[in-house]
Design a protein around this ligand. Sequence first.
Ligand code: MLT
Length: 235
Amino acid sequence: LRVRVDVLPQGDYSGAAIVVDVLRATTTATTFLEQGAAEVILAPSPAAAHLLGQAQDRPSLLAGERGGLKMDGFDLGNSPQEAAAQRWDGQSIIMNTTNGTAAAHIAARSAWPVFLGCLRNAPAAAKAALDSGVTEVTVVCAGTDGMVSMDDVYAAGALVHHLNALQPCVPDDSALIAHTLLTRWPPGDALRRSWHGRRLLTLELEADLEFCAQVGVSQCVPTLLETRGGGLVFG
Ligand code: MLT
């Protein structure tokens, strides 16, 4: 199995992609599904999210952020703790976020299957990618506004670790770099030191950061099922 890490979403993948925006979009999407949501749809823009919301057959809620905060006209922010606070059975959750959503759309242009990964589901996401039978897996890091995010590269390292534990892998150099980060800090410390982590701390979102730093506590792996109205439908 070849394992690559794209520290920023470059596109043009062969095989499976695991998209990672550990702070916080892919952690939040994972948590909505874990808490019973029927599906999570990653909309390409806030306007597309509103249109998708009007077009759904089942009840839907809009979730997302700009600058880390809930958008006007949206029902929910991008907080995994908010997602964990109640059940969402039968609901379509339509999300748009700054970086994570865009990364998933780039990955979905060429990769198949496409999963959402984070620290919470790292072992389960690695197993899902392996079980898909591909010979190449790319962990696609969302980054922050076009810059490499250490929090995403760290989570990618955890995915590389779990992929390699299940089946010996041939890593590219980015995968080796990501994996090396794991030996430097425990997850909470790594997330706290990252630029995005520091920004969440200034927004008093430390509880979200702690939630995102828990490794292997979720078996839920959002998997791309189809595209609908320009949105990526994960279940
Ligand atoms: C994003 O998609 O840019 C992030 O998930 C931002 C955030 O932490 O809300």
